[in-house]
Write a protein that binds this ligand. Structure first.
Ligand code: RB5
Length: 152
């Protein structure tokens, strides 16, 4: 199993811990760049740090992270910030179906979740749906390419 990088602000410490436990149970090595306490931090800083570290290993080709996870109170702030970083496609899935689509259709390389959100389905199951699916390619790959061209 590969490596996953995760970051969170003060709004998602418990959720981060739950996600780390689940990923480790699935055999991933998890690198935690988030905070572990209640002191207020700025989620754009967390998103930038995680995304830049994720991309650095991808570009170096050395033991790259398989994907990144970002958590804040809603998941919204970290996902907006992450999607400003060129090379990141961060999805904010609301359920298992969306988590699977994030991989199959959007080839997302980052997922965002909210520690203050009451999800109707377990975040662990959403993670599993993403982890156990693969990009479909074809017309979806063409659309992802068009997304990436927006960075140019
Ligand atoms: C922090 O209070 C909160 O704004 C942050 O965690 C996140 O929800 C922003 O989108």
């Amino acid at each position: 199993m590969g490596r996953v990088i995760i970051g969170n602000d003060h709004g998602a410490v418990n959720l981060k811990q739950k996600i780390v436990r689940h990923l480790e149970n699935r055999g991933f090595t998890v690198v935690n760049r988030g905070v572990n306490g209640d002191d207020s931090v700025d989620y754009p800083d967390i998103a930038q740090d995680v995304c830049e570290e994720f991309l650095a290993t991808e570009h170096a080709g050395e033991d790259p992270y398989e994907f990144a996870i970002l958590c804040c109170g809603t998941g919204i702030g970290v996902s907006i910030a992450a999607n400003k970083v060129h090379g990141i496609r961060c999805a904010l899935p609301q359920n298992i179906f969306a988590a699977r689509m994030a991989r199959e259709h959007n080839n997302a390389n980052a997922l965002a979740f909210g520690g203050r959100i009451k999800y109707e389905e377990p975040v662990e199951a959403m993670l599993d749906a993403y982890i156990d699916s693969r990009p479909e390619g074809g017309r979806h790959a063409n659309r992802v390419r068009k997304i990436m061209e927006l960075e140019e």
